[in-house]
Design a binder for this molecule. Structure first.
Ligand SMILES: Cc1cc2nc3c(=O)[nH]c(=O)nc-3n(C[C@H](O)[C@H](O)[C@H](O)COP(=O)(O)OP(=O)(O)OC[C@H]3O[C@@H](n4cnc5c(N)ncnc54)[C@H](O)[C@@H]3O)c2cc1C
Length: 505
């Protein structure tokens, strides 16, 4: 008979859940990983239409690097002993950004020196402030490593002494810091093109959050997985099972059981009960506190914090299988941002309209005569709900696809329509159905000035409201994104391990 007691139960097999489960299993713990979906991966998945396999979400992965010059995700995959099976392709440029209103086009290369030179070409006189920016990025990266190592208990004296400039810039937005170092406005705007990857405008995004991501993309190069992100999800789950972990797909958790404000187990959709003292939830706190734990047992602080936070971006993605290569289409870049203007505040506001036309695109050759193009547009607020009804849903889907393809064509001047062989559209409804995240949110909670990366990391331990219950993933302290969720998965697993060791003492 199955022993239904586990050291740790991980709920949800997204990036973070998979890494958490594997990390704990490798440390000799008995781990149960429960996933409501048919397959593992959550948003890190893929699907096939005709002769095309589409990655559901990955446009660019940061913090990877190379064997010789590795970054955090590379090192994590080495610790998890899967690195030899992971092959990536480094993208040739950081990004190409186009504006619809003023027909601007900037293509930014990978590599610090090349990036500086190109920026100087586009914005003469920008080099000094760009050098200052990179130097601040370097200090920020070191300071964040120290904060991670200090496991939420950093020493202020060490921070002040070793990372004085980090301490000065840490509370400010990327916009404020770039202004302060006298970066010309156009250079600020080009540099901040990546803002939509974090789903907050430059005036709201913390310097350290944005700087760490951009620094990695520029200096190490953005990568994509050669097969698909789903292949990596499968690799993580196979390694977990190989190490003795128990994975149950098509097994959603409908209740988390607690006693005296401590976790004691879970109940699945099919009424199976599993016991544990430690749960890692790869879900939103809204679902956990609002649906999975009986209301009377949810601490008031958990309810208020969850209510205080705002949801981040929702998304629409249009997946296109094209019967032409990139060359035949006349397009040579792999990553595109299309905005009406480079003013991120204005564009953020505009993206409260479902048909903003702003988008991030990934283009790649998929065979000697085909390519795939994925267009993702973010939507903020409730515009989607106000527009969509049961009756008009498919019509709206078609309009969204049409609007994004046209926007991409208008920006680049290239014809995409005539090359479309396959098309699939995902809306917030699709993402909600696959992940269970409220409102189909794809970027966790909104990163804003008062609720940004640093306060979240620093406050994490104060947010353990029920003993034995921790969160990992896009709604966690490192926010969303592939590298963030992989890394956060390991961090939370190690913290759970620490709690288990303390219990033994
Ligand atoms: C269109 C799109 C483009 C993106 N582009 C990029 C990009 O280019 N670069 C980048 O870094 N990031 C990108 N992201 C973000 C990135 O995909 C996510 O941040 C990351 O994959 C989220 O991982 P996670 O660990 O939070 O888990 P999730 O993927 O959110 O998975 C959660 C899992 O929990 C499961 N679950 C939910 N409820 C239950 C339950 N009750 N019981 C059991 N299981 C449950 C779900 O089925 C799911 O498998 C993109 C996202 C989208 C949607």
């Amino acid at each position: 008979m199955e022993n239904k007691e586990y050291d740790v139960i991980v709920i949800g097999a997204g990036n973070a859940g998979l890494v958490s489960a594997l990390t704990l299993q490798k440390k000799g713990k008995k781990v149960l990983l429960l996933e409501k979906g048919r397959v593992v991966g959550g948003l890190a998945s893929s699907f096939i239409r005709g002769r095309f396999e589409f990655d559901t979400s990955l446009h660019q992965l940061c913090e990877f690097g190379t064997k010789e010059d590795s970054d955090a995700v590379y090192d994590l995959f080495s610790r998890l002993e899967i690195i030899d099976k992971v092959s990536v392709e480094t993208l040739p440029e950081a990004f190409a950004v186009y504006t619809l209103d003023h027909k601007e086009k900037y293509v930014m290369p990978v590599g610090k020196d090349a990036f500086l030179l190109k920026m100087e070409e586009y914005v003469p006189g920008s080099t000094k402030s760009m050098e200052e920016f990179f130097s601040l990025c370097e200090e920020t990266k070191d300071a964040l490593s120290y904060l991670n190592e200090s496991k939420g208990h950093p020493e202020t004296e060490v921070l002040m002494e070793k990372y004085p400039r980090f301490m000065v810039v840490a509370p400010y937005s990327i916009e404020k810091v770039l202004k302060k170092i006298d970066m010309p406005l156009k250079a600020q705007e080009i540099l901040c093109s990546y803002w939509s990857y974090l789903g907050s405008p430059a005036s709201k995004l913390s310097f350290i959050h944005y700087a760490s991501m951009v620094y990695s993309y520029i200096t190490k190069g953005p990568v994509i997985f050669k097969k698909s992100s789903h292949a990596i999800s499968l690799l993580l789950s196979e390694e977990f099972v190989k190490n003795g972990g128990t994975l149950k797909c098509l097994t959603g958790v409908k209740e988390i059981l607690t006693q005296n404000n401590e976790v004691i187990g879970v109940v699945t959709d099919s009424n199976e009960k599993f016991l544990t003292r430690h749960i890692l939830a790869n879900l939103s706190p809204n679902v956990v506190y609002g649906q999975l734990i009986q209301n009377d047992f949810v601490p008031d602080k958990a309810k208020s914090l969850t209510n205080l936070r705002n949801f981040g971006a929702r998304g629409v993605s249009v997946y296109l299988g094209l019967n032409k290569t990139m060359k035949e289409l006349g397009l040579e870049n792999s990553t595109y941002f299309v905005y009406h203007s480079l003013d991120s505040d204005r564009e953020f506001k505009r993206m409260h309209d479902v048909f903003s036309g702003n988008l991030a695109a990934t283009l790649k050759n998929t065979s000697p005569d085909t390519s795939s193009l994925v267009l993702t547009s973010l939507i903020f607020g409730d515009a989607f709900d106000k527009l969509v009804t049961k009756e008009n849903y498919f019509e709206i889907k078609e309009k969204l696809a049409e609007s994004l393809v046209s926007s991409f064509e208008k920006a680049t001047g290239m014809n995409i329509h005539d090359a479309i062989e396959e098309i699939e559209v995902a809306t917030p409804v699709t993402f909600a159905r696959y992940t269970g995240h409220p409102e189909g949110v794809i970027y966790g909670y909104l990163a804003t000035s008062h609720d940004n990366l640093l306060p979240r990391i620093m406050n994490e331990e104060n947010e353990v409201f029920i003993k034995g219950l921790r969160f990992c993933g896009g709604f966690g302290s490192r926010l969303s994104g592939y590298s963030s969720t992989y890394i956060n998965g390991e961090m939370e697993a190690l913290k759970t391990l620490g709690e288990m060791e303390n219990e033994r003492v």
